[in-house]
Design a protein around this ligand. Structure first.
Ligand code: HEC
Length: 127
Protein backbone atom coordinates (compact mmCIF):
# COMPACT_ATOMS: atom_id res chain seq x y z
CA UNK A 1 0.00 0.00 0.00
CA UNK A 2 1.31 3.43 -0.88
CA UNK A 3 2.10 5.73 1.99
CA UNK A 4 0.72 8.72 0.14
CA UNK A 5 -2.73 7.17 -0.15
CA UNK A 6 -2.85 6.91 3.62
CA UNK A 7 -1.30 10.24 4.41
CA UNK A 8 -3.78 12.53 2.71
CA UNK A 9 -6.91 11.10 4.36
CA UNK A 10 -5.05 11.18 7.65
CA UNK A 11 -4.16 14.84 7.26
CA UNK A 12 -7.72 15.68 6.29
CA UNK A 13 -8.95 13.84 9.39
CA UNK A 14 -6.56 15.80 11.56
CA UNK A 15 -7.78 18.99 9.96
CA UNK A 16 -11.26 18.10 11.10
CA UNK A 17 -12.82 17.24 7.75
CA UNK A 18 -16.05 15.35 8.21
CA UNK A 19 -15.38 12.76 5.54
CA UNK A 20 -11.77 12.30 4.62
CA UNK A 21 -12.47 10.93 1.17
CA UNK A 22 -14.73 13.75 0.08
CA UNK A 23 -13.48 16.69 -1.98
CA UNK A 24 -12.88 20.02 -0.24
CA UNK A 25 -15.93 21.50 -1.94
CA UNK A 26 -18.29 20.69 -4.75
CA UNK A 27 -19.84 23.27 -7.05
CA UNK A 28 -22.26 23.15 -9.96
CA UNK A 29 -22.70 26.02 -12.45
CA UNK A 30 -20.14 28.07 -10.54
CA UNK A 31 -22.38 28.90 -7.57
CA UNK A 32 -24.41 25.90 -6.38
CA UNK A 33 -22.34 24.43 -3.61
CA UNK A 34 -22.50 21.59 -1.12
CA UNK A 35 -23.89 22.15 2.39
CA UNK A 36 -20.47 22.52 4.02
CA UNK A 37 -19.25 25.12 1.57
CA UNK A 38 -22.54 26.93 2.12
CA UNK A 39 -21.74 27.05 5.84
CA UNK A 40 -18.40 28.59 4.96
CA UNK A 41 -20.11 31.30 2.96
CA UNK A 42 -22.52 31.97 5.83
CA UNK A 43 -19.60 32.31 8.24
CA UNK A 44 -17.91 34.70 5.81
CA UNK A 45 -21.07 36.81 5.74
CA UNK A 46 -21.74 36.61 9.48
CA UNK A 47 -18.18 37.62 10.37
CA UNK A 48 -18.26 40.39 7.77
CA UNK A 49 -14.84 39.53 6.37
CA UNK A 50 -16.00 41.45 3.32
CA UNK A 51 -15.62 44.75 5.22
CA UNK A 52 -11.89 44.45 4.71
CA UNK A 53 -11.42 41.84 2.01
CA UNK A 54 -14.18 43.03 -0.33
CA UNK A 55 -17.57 41.57 -1.19
CA UNK A 56 -15.95 39.42 -3.87
CA UNK A 57 -12.83 38.62 -1.83
CA UNK A 58 -10.83 40.71 -4.28
CA UNK A 59 -9.32 42.92 -1.57
CA UNK A 60 -10.13 46.27 0.00
CA UNK A 61 -8.08 47.42 3.01
CA UNK A 62 -7.12 43.76 3.42
CA UNK A 63 -5.47 41.77 0.64
CA UNK A 64 -7.25 39.85 -2.11
CA UNK A 65 -8.04 36.42 -0.73
CA UNK A 66 -8.50 35.20 -4.29
CA UNK A 67 -4.75 35.66 -4.60
CA UNK A 68 -3.70 34.87 -1.01
CA UNK A 69 -5.50 31.54 -0.87
CA UNK A 70 -3.51 30.26 -3.84
CA UNK A 71 -0.37 30.09 -1.73
CA UNK A 72 -1.53 30.09 1.90
CA UNK A 73 -1.51 26.62 3.45
CA UNK A 74 -4.54 25.52 5.40
CA UNK A 75 -2.58 25.76 8.62
CA UNK A 76 -1.44 29.28 7.80
CA UNK A 77 -5.03 30.21 7.02
CA UNK A 78 -6.27 28.84 10.34
CA UNK A 79 -3.47 30.57 12.24
CA UNK A 80 -4.06 33.99 10.73
CA UNK A 81 -7.84 33.82 11.13
CA UNK A 82 -7.56 32.55 14.71
CA UNK A 83 -4.88 34.96 15.92
CA UNK A 84 -5.21 37.79 13.43
CA UNK A 85 -2.27 40.06 12.64
CA UNK A 86 -3.30 42.79 14.96
CA UNK A 87 -0.38 45.07 14.14
CA UNK A 88 -1.31 44.89 10.45
CA UNK A 89 -5.06 45.37 10.72
CA UNK A 90 -6.24 41.77 10.48
CA UNK A 91 -8.45 41.10 13.46
CA UNK A 92 -8.50 37.84 15.38
CA UNK A 93 -11.51 35.53 15.22
CA UNK A 94 -10.37 33.05 17.84
CA UNK A 95 -13.24 34.15 20.07
CA UNK A 96 -15.84 34.04 17.32
CA UNK A 97 -17.79 30.76 17.43
CA UNK A 98 -19.38 31.35 14.03
CA UNK A 99 -15.91 31.51 12.49
CA UNK A 100 -14.08 28.91 14.57
CA UNK A 101 -16.90 26.34 14.34
CA UNK A 102 -16.87 26.72 10.57
CA UNK A 103 -13.17 27.23 9.91
CA UNK A 104 -12.86 24.19 7.62
CA UNK A 105 -15.97 25.21 5.72
CA UNK A 106 -14.72 28.77 5.43
CA UNK A 107 -11.43 27.48 4.10
CA UNK A 108 -13.27 25.32 1.55
CA UNK A 109 -15.41 28.23 0.38
CA UNK A 110 -12.45 30.58 -0.02
CA UNK A 111 -10.38 27.90 -1.76
CA UNK A 112 -13.22 27.38 -4.20
CA UNK A 113 -13.29 31.11 -4.91
CA UNK A 114 -9.53 31.27 -5.24
CA UNK A 115 -9.39 28.21 -7.50
CA UNK A 116 -11.87 29.91 -9.81
CA UNK A 117 -14.32 27.01 -9.47
CA UNK A 118 -16.82 29.12 -7.52
CA UNK A 119 -17.32 31.93 -9.98
CA UNK A 120 -19.32 34.35 -7.87
CA UNK A 121 -19.11 35.25 -4.19
CA UNK A 122 -22.79 34.73 -3.43
CA UNK A 123 -23.42 31.01 -3.52
CA UNK A 124 -26.52 28.90 -3.02
CA UNK A 125 -26.91 25.46 -1.60
CA UNK A 126 -27.18 22.75 -4.23
CA UNK A 127 -30.10 20.63 -3.05
C1 HEC B 1 -10.76 44.88 10.07
C2 HEC B 1 -10.36 44.41 8.75
C3 HEC B 1 -10.34 42.91 8.52
C4 HEC B 1 -11.33 41.99 8.73
C5 HEC B 1 -12.73 42.21 9.32
C6 HEC B 1 -10.82 40.72 8.26
N1 HEC B 1 -9.56 40.88 7.76
FE1 HEC B 1 -8.36 39.41 7.07
N2 HEC B 1 -6.83 40.75 6.84
C7 HEC B 1 -6.93 42.10 7.04
C8 HEC B 1 -5.65 42.72 6.71
C9 HEC B 1 -5.34 44.20 6.77
C10 HEC B 1 -4.78 41.67 6.35
C11 HEC B 1 -3.32 41.77 5.92
C12 HEC B 1 -2.41 41.58 7.11
C13 HEC B 1 -0.96 41.62 6.67
O1 HEC B 1 -0.56 42.64 6.09
O2 HEC B 1 -0.27 40.64 6.90
C14 HEC B 1 -5.57 40.44 6.43
C15 HEC B 1 -5.06 39.19 6.16
C16 HEC B 1 -5.83 38.06 6.07
C17 HEC B 1 -5.34 36.77 5.63
C18 HEC B 1 -3.92 36.45 5.24
C19 HEC B 1 -3.64 36.84 3.82
C20 HEC B 1 -2.21 36.61 3.43
O3 HEC B 1 -1.92 36.77 2.23
O4 HEC B 1 -1.37 36.28 4.27
C21 HEC B 1 -6.42 35.92 5.61
C22 HEC B 1 -6.43 34.47 5.19
C23 HEC B 1 -7.55 36.67 6.07
N3 HEC B 1 -7.17 37.95 6.34
C24 HEC B 1 -8.82 36.13 6.18
C25 HEC B 1 -9.88 36.80 6.78
C26 HEC B 1 -11.15 36.19 7.07
C27 HEC B 1 -11.54 34.77 6.71
C28 HEC B 1 -11.92 37.13 7.69
C29 HEC B 1 -13.28 36.97 8.29
C30 HEC B 1 -13.46 35.87 9.21
C31 HEC B 1 -11.11 38.34 7.76
N4 HEC B 1 -9.89 38.10 7.20
C32 HEC B 1 -11.54 39.54 8.30
C33 HEC B 1 -8.03 42.78 7.48
C34 HEC B 1 -9.22 42.20 7.89
Amino acid sequence: MKVKSLLLPLLLCLAGAVHADEPLYTVVDGYKVDANTMKGFRAWRAAACDRCHGANQEGLVGPSLIISMKTLSKQEFITVVTNGRLDKGMQSFGNSPIVMDNINQLYAYLKGRSDGAITRAKVEENK
